[in-house]
Design a protein around this ligand. Sequence first.
Ligand code: NAD
Length: 291
Amino acid sequence: MTNVAFIGLGNMGSGMADNLVKNGFNVTAFDLSEVALAKAKECGCHIADSTQQAVADADIVVTMLPAGKHVMDIYASQILENVSTQTLLIDCSTIDVETAKNVSALAKEKGISMLDAPVSGGVAAAAGGTLTFMVGGNADAFEKAQGVLGAMGKKIVHAGGHGAGQAAKICNNMLLGATMIATCESLQLAQKLGLDPQVFFDIASNASGQTWSMTSYCPVKGVGPQSPADNDFAGGFASALMLKDLGLAMQGAKGVNAQVPMGELAAKWFEMHCEEGNAGMDFSSIINRLA
Ligand code: NAD
């Protein structure tokens, strides 16, 4: 039986660890939150007293933490010193490309393989085992990770070397943030010009303006498939998380001198939207900022 240490059992990690248990992995969990640990125990995870204890006998370590600083801290001070060179490390958190590269370089210095494997899909996909993983790292480690990632997701893509998973994730979400705003403004303008939003949806989702934000996640209530707009923008993908990912994209762009004017504008809009008290609402609620 493969021993997996799972660190960070929050909104995403709890469902992911649950799917590992259901797929026959022997999971030892650690989180700073007692509530998260109690939930993990209910799912059949063994509970450790610390990260060091959780990773001690692990064949594979999976981390699902809030941000880059948590990832760097925990790997540098608690994980790398307590695993063997046979252990595979997989960080599924969404973090900046530079930290992802730096952490895997530290692991490499110790002869330990590491992958950055951020996910697309929210809490429901984590619980349902249908996440998409975008993976950065070497091909051998990617092969070795198939079983554990396959138990938590439906699509696993090798994006390239270290940091490539994070690069794919933030570029995708920058595109999503900008196209959601563009989709919202087209729908608003169409209505102001006298078009029925359902009619515009039927046209645009079959024409050259088609976007995922329109076709699969329409921000107008009652139009298109069921989406957070039908539920007053509750649930879904929080505006705060979109803002976080846009911030990471801006940081990445700055580091390589890339021009991202639409991404910058999207970041500003989501920043204002969050400051106005909408951080917890689904990101498609940005339509409410448009007069
Ligand atoms: P969360 O805040 O619910 O969970 C993070 C968990 O990490 C918490 O339970 C926290 O107690 C734990 N933690 C923090 N520091 C720790 C430490 N030093 N040791 C042990 N545990 C520690 O966050 P989440 O929504 O599960 O997101 C996790 C990651 O996944 C983030 O990087 C996020 O950007 C990314 N992500 C989230 C979603 C989503 O819809 N929630 C979607 C895609 C990606």
